[in-house]
Design a protein around this ligand. Structure first.
Ligand code: PEP
Length: 251
């Protein structure tokens, strides 16, 4: 059975005190189901979060990393450094990284290689823009993103890949893909993986949905056959909302 995962991307929110406060509240909540719970605080608070959650089942991920292991890259952080503080998971390819920091599929392929070399698990984000959907090109766009950034990997590497399908038009906008739209795309993504890597690999990959998931819509989205969890932005900043989403799996 595929793993259910709910990951909270805190983005550039929460200073040290806010991080401590939110973690205290998260630790009061209970995961009533089988979903793996991950939070991704900003780099500066990553180690503090990791330490504070060492006695809990909540895991900590980084929001990004540089593709090189070390060197003259002022302001950057490598996979090796993340691994060195105990982090095992990294988010790569978020649409905000693609849009504001010009991350291309080719660059992301390098980041993917560096993360895997350092035994990090990857939450790989991708998804079409509104115009792509209007032009009915969303499937092509998504297939190309996957091919460019991930399809050079060998079969075994896929055990460390979690996919997060995030239609850009649904991120932080309050507009969500309908459960049917999400299922349709998740199925397409699984079929695309199957056609390159075979059904066994495709069936083993957790595909998360991201884009304005809230306590009010999580259940109907997570109920869909090929949706294995969510990458949550805004609603991850409130412990009660976040765990309502986590627990949407088993209601
Ligand atoms: C995200 O940033 O990955 C995201 C899905 O954000 P939101 O839930 O706020 O749309």
């Amino acid at each position: 059975m595929r793993k259910h995962i709910v990951a909270g991307n805190w983005k550039m929110n929460n200073d040290l005190a806010d991080t401590a406060g939110l973690i205290t509240n998260l630790k009061k909540e209970r995961n009533l189901g089988d979903a793996e719970v991950i939070i991704a605080p900003t780099f500066v608070n990553l180690y503090k979060a990791f330490e504070s959650l060492s006695d809990s089942n909540i895991k900590v991920a980084a929001q990004n990393m540089h593709q090189e292991e070390s060197g003259a890259f002022t302001g950057e952080i490598s996979a090796k450094m993340l691994k060195g503080i105990g982090i095992n998971t990294v988010i790569l390819g978020h649409s905000e990284r693609r849009a504001y920091f010009h991350e291309t599929d080719e660059l992301l392929a390098k980041k993917v290689n560096s993360a895997l070399k350092n035994e990090l698990r990857i939450i790989f984000c991708f998804g079409e823009e509104l115009q792509d959907r209007k032009d009915e090109k969303h499937e092509d766009v998504v297939a190309t993103q996957l091919e460019n950034a991930l399809f050079h990997l060998d079969k075994d590497a896929w055990s460390n890949i979690i996919l997060a399908y995030e239609p850009v038009w649904a991120i932080g906008t309050g507009e969500t893909a309908s459960p049917e739209q999400a299922q349709e795309m998740h199925q397409f993504i699984r079929n695309t993986i199957a056609s390159t890597y075979g059904q066994e690999v495709a069936d083993g990959v957790s595909i998360l949905y991201g884009g304005s998931v809230k306590p009010t819509n999580a259940k109907e989205i997570f109920n869909k056959k090929d949706v294995d969890g969510g990458l949550i932005g805004g609603a991850a900043l409130n412990a009660t909302d976040f765990f309502e989403i986590v627990n949407a799996f088993q209601q």
